[in-house]
Design a protein around this ligand. Structure first.
Ligand code: SAH
Ligand code: SF4
Ligand code: F3S
Length: 442
């Protein structure tokens, strides 16, 4: 009765957390299985960022009911942000859930699983912590390609953007001891990994202070980059308010720090940004974009945006489209505003943009971004990039895919190349999402 199956939804941090959960449970004799039919426990690591993320989980729980009827011993637990947001209420609403565990309580999991099994009770542990970073836990890499891995370097967020549940589901911001981060990266490199992504909700606010030293995000990046020129370093997500020139300088200095910055803009309107409590305006944001281009003319820039936030006017929506035209993002995650319980927006603002207007605005942003991405990609044709090969192309066994430093996917004929290698590829064609290349003979 010790097989666990973990299903993960939401952001990269949730995926990183699932690897910590796997590690904590393996130490107690549990086995992570990849076939749900073999599971004694199904752990669902959930996201609460938008209403549709939660609806998806509820739908999944309904699907799992049939499976529980066939295997009455099966226990289902909810982890992550939805667990934290709804706590034990979730077990009342969803009868087939036996336990609920929030993001800072994963060390309690072995205990909870045993209690649920032996005493036949339900259990909820959702206390948030101001210190927990799981820094001593070596994650078990789940579904890994053995080439790239995530490293959580901080947890929580206290920016309280008006629309966002994360400060309530993840608790206070706290950074992890840099020594443990560097040694985790070194150990991954020793195992053959070629790329690490440092993760946090506001990764660039990273700060570790002791009596006689202080390490900021730029310093930490430099230390990880120093491990080896053959280890690529990425990071996500940066908050525009904290994007320092010092970080850009460090990025420009190290070839192995990937030239790609994810800088969520959320809106192009200053009134919206203020209402969202983002702590920057469009001028500040554009100044940071100019700084990125000054230090690294070849850096790709990606973003997140919300369409139809409370009271957004047509003119303000146009400002977002203008922002997209000015920055010319390589990629964007684009969302319709979804009102979340207990946020500032829910308590003080009106979700007054009709759903069909939100949808139309979102579609306009998507259409514009598709056009910009294609135009950006067309400019790549003829350039030669170093590509870290990740695996076989989904469409053809004869082709491989990898990414360049800018995080763009490039597909090319495999020849003798193996995943995990660095190769030079010349871009010969493109779509809005992918570059097509030819291997260069070195
Ligand atoms: N920490 C990151 C992103 C966290 S969530 C940051 O500060 O940028 C990822 C994205 O989801 C956000 O950037 C935002 O664009 C979107 N998002 C968050 N809350 C949302 C909501 N209530 N409705 C729609 N989109 C939302
Ligand atoms: Fe949410 Fe804002 Fe924190 Fe990002 S910075 S996680 S959007 S509150
Ligand atoms: Fe979702 Fe939680 Fe991440 S709400 S986006 S899983 S921090």
């Amino acid at each position: 009765m010790k097989n666990i199956y973990i299903e993960t939804y939401g952001c990269q941090m949730n995926f990183a957390d699932s690897e910590i959960v796997a590690s904590l449970l393996q130490k107690e004799g549990y086995t992570v299985v990849s076939d749900i039919a073999e599971a004694d426990y199904v752990l669902i690591n959930t996201c609460a960022i938008r209403d549709n993320a939660e609806q998806r989980i509820r739908k999944r729980l309904r699907e799992l009911r049939a499976m529980q009827q066939r295997h009455p011993q099966l226990r289902i637990g909810i982890l992550g942000c939805m667990a934290e947001r709804l706590q034990s209420q979730l077990m009342v609403e969803e009868e087939n859930v036996s336990f609920v565990v929030g993001p800072d309580a994963y060390r309690r999991l072995p205990d909870i699983l045993a209690r649920v099994r032996e005493q036949g009770v339900k259990a909820a542990e959702t206390e948030l912590s101001i210190t927990e970073t799981y820094s001593d836990i070596e994650p078990v890499r789940l579904g890994s390609n053995g080439i790239s891995a995530y490293i959580s370097i901080m947890r929580g967020c206290q920016n309280y953007c008006a629309y966002c549940v994360v400060p309530y589901t993840r608790g206070r911001e706290r950074s992890r001891d840099p020594e443990t981060i560097v040694s985790e990266a070194q150990s991954l490199f020793n195992q053959g990994y070629k790329e690490v992504t440092l993760l946090g909700q506001n990764v660039n606010s990273y700060r570790w202070k002791t009596d006689n030293s202080e390490v900021g995000f730029a310093g930490l990046m430099a230390r990880v980059a120093e491990i080896s020129p053959l280890l690529r370093v990425r990071f996500a997500t940066s908050h525009p308010k904290d994007l320092s020139d010092r970080l850009l300088e460090v990025m420009a200095h190290y070839d192995n720090i990937c030239k790609c910055i994810h800088l969520p803009v959320q809106s192009g309107s200053d009134r919206m940004l203020k209402l969202m409590n983002r702590h920057y305006d469009s001028a500040w944001y554009l100044d940071r974009i100019a700084a990125i281009r000054r230090y690294m003319p070849d850096c790709s820039i990606t973003t997140d945006v919300i369409a139809g936030f409370c009271t957004e006017t047509e003119e303000e929506h146009q400002m977002t489209l203008d922002m997209f035209r000015r920055v010319r993002y390589d990629y964007a995650y684009m969302f319709k505003f979804s009102m979340r319980p207990n946020t500032y927006a829910e308590k003080h603002l009106h979700d007054d943009v009709p759903d069909e207007v939100k949808t139309r605005r979102l579609e306009e942003i998507i259409a514009l971004q598709g056009q910009i991405a294609l135009e950006n990609n067309r400019r790549e044709v003829g350039k030669v990039y170093e590509v870290l090969v990740e695996g076989e192309s989904h469409r053809s066994k004869e082709r491989l895919f990898g990414r360049n430093s800018q995080n763009k996917v490039i597909v090319f004929d495999r020849h003798e190349v193996l995943p995990g290698q660095y190769v030079k590829v010349k871009v010969v064609d493109c779509t809005a999402a992918t570059l097509l290349g030819e291997l260069c003979t070195q």
